[in-house]
Design a protein around this ligand. Structure first.
Ligand code: MN
Length: 494
């Protein structure tokens, strides 16, 4: 039987790995990289001329929220598994890791199976999951092992947000079980009580506009939570990964713990590297676009994050892609409620009056920004072209280090023979002006509207199949595969 996709040979490109750049050909057979070298003999293979292009391992975005029902009102993020993964592919990302968040009446395994059923028919690139450790009881602690066996070897712990967060004693029990079973904690570190207190204080003062949002999420609260989390993790000798680090104070805390031998790593998002809190100082209609947690911070924080990324304290650049349309941000239309039906399916129930009367207070605006498509171009433009990061470092923090951190290496994040042929052929001279009207993200704004970046994917391959060519998506819904990830070696007994 003929293979579904022909062998390919990519010639004349500049290969970029996490450690070096070199001119070489690259041969792809049966969806895998099969040889790297000069003048590869590839009879029968389709030739791709990559002259002038950078040939890089496909991007891995380990923090995205597709089709995600957020918060008590379960407002669903506007990219589904099809639009979101198509947008990712356009921007050079060939693997995403999303989240499973069980409802109160669901087991974690049921929630995982439901999420997989959403993703499988739609995803155009490979994907995995983190499990939200959203409750600590005998049932969930028992389920950790089977969830890991299902291929989910990282668990998200929220220190803030009603309904999902864990208290310190719960965090300790969760970390204890994750250490025993070999799963990595990924932690949203913010001080919950401080957010609640400051939100109440601002409401009492009549401060409901979005400009007050960052005032309810101070960097000190993020730093305190990080310090507390690392204090707990150090007692259990378990590595931890800090989600969306936004502030210099948090970097300082991580540095201090790392200096004492704690294994701590962290991720950073392009929005926290490139945007600042002055964007909140606008009318709600504009400011609401930047509501996210942690919020945007100062230019000094941006600089500290770039420095930490350069030094390696932060090793993953991810997007926290969680798009909401302007109507969803406005809350102009109430979103459907989701109810679990007797047959186990979840159905949207339209509210009786779908139109809300007024703009919500800052704490009611759905949190999150789109970014799944713009990550690699932004990092290439503002990292490599400005001299902040080397080209290999950009590959490392958008692909290789992410693969290593989350148990996907060397299948992903590598150009070595045997790796999946997930590749980006980036044209370093192609300039694109970012706009919601031309991006493929299903969102009617981008935080980077009107920005011109130089460096954009010319071709994107997933397991040897060309899925994006010259700005056209040519893959097929459902071609993405679920990635089972192995437990970590630090496991003791489970
Ligand atoms: Mn997130």
């Amino acid at each position: 039987m003929a293979p579904e996709h022909p062998d390919l040979v990519i010639r004349n490109g500049l290969l970029v790995t996490a450690s070096e750049t070199f001119h070489s050909d690259l041969l792809i057979r049966a969806g895998k990289i099969s040889a790297v070298g000069q003048g590869i003999n590839a009879d029968g293979a389709v030739e791709i001329d990559a002259r002038g292009l950078l040939v890089m391992p496909g991007g891995i975005d380990s923090h995205v929220h597709l089709q995600y029902p957020q918060g008590p009102h379960r407002v669903v993020s506007s990219d589904d598994w099809l639009t979101g993964t198509v947008a990712a592919a356009h921007g050079g990302t060939t693997t995403v890791i999303d989240f499973v968040e069980a409802l109160p009446d669901q087991t974690w395994m049921e929630a995982f199976e439901a999420r997989l059923a959403e993703a499988a028919p739609q995803a155009v690139i490979d994907y995995g999951f983190h499990m939200a450790f959203n409750r600590v009881d005998d049932r969930s602690l028992r389920e950790v092992k089977s969830i890991i066996e299902a291929g989910i070897s990282s668990f998200k712990i929220y220190m803030a947000y009603e309904g999902i967060r864990l208290e310190d004693d719960g965090i300790l029990r969760a970390l204890e079980q994750l250490k025993a079973c070999g799963a990595l904690p990924l932690v949203h570190a913010e001080n919950h009580a401080l957010i609640r207190y400051l939100t109440r204080v601002h409401h009492a003062a009549g401060h409901t506009e979005v400009r007050w949002h960052p005032h309810a999420h101070p960097a000190a609260g993020e730093a305190e939570a990080t310090y507390r989390l690392l204090t707990l993790a150090a007692q259990l000798d378990i590595p931890v990964h800090i989600a969306h680090v936004s502030a210099a104070q948090v970097v300082d805390v991580m540095h201090a713990f790392r200096a004492r031998g704690q294994q701590v790593s962290g991720e950073v998002c392009p929005q926290h590297l490139l945007l600042t809190e002055v964007l909140y100082d606008q009318p709600d209609e504009l400011a609401m676009r930047y509501v996210m947690a942690p919020p945007l911070r100062s230019a000094a924080d941006n600089a500290a994050l770039w420095q930490a990324l350069h030094e390696g304290l932060l090793d993953c650049v991810v997007t926290d892609h969680c798009p909401f349309t302007l109507a969803q941000k406005r809350g102009a239309r109430r979103t459907p409620e989701f109810r679990r039906m007797p047959d186990g399916s979840v159905q949207a129930m339209e509210p009786e009056s779908p139109w809300a009367e007024r703009t919500p207070s800052f704490d009611q605006v759905p949190g999150g920004v789109p970014g799944i498509e713009t990550r690699l171009p932004l990092l290439y433009h503002f990292g490599v072209r400005t001299g902040r990061l080397s080209l290999p470092r950009v590959v490392e923090c958008t692909s290789t280090a992410v693969a290593r951190r989350f148990g996907l290496y060397p299948r992903k994040g590598s150009l070595m023979p045997g790796a999946d042929a997930d590749l980006v052929l980036l044209d370093p001279e192609r300039s694109i002006t970012l706009s919601a009207t031309t991006l493929h993200q299903n969102c009617d704004y981008t935080p980077f509207e009107g920005w011109t970046v130089t460096g954009w994917p010319r071709m994107v391959l997933s397991r040897g199949e060309v899925i994006v060519r010259d700005g056209q998506f040519i893959g097929r819904p459902g071609r993405g595969e679920y990635l089972k990830r192995a437990p970590y070696a630090f496991a003791t007994h489970c």
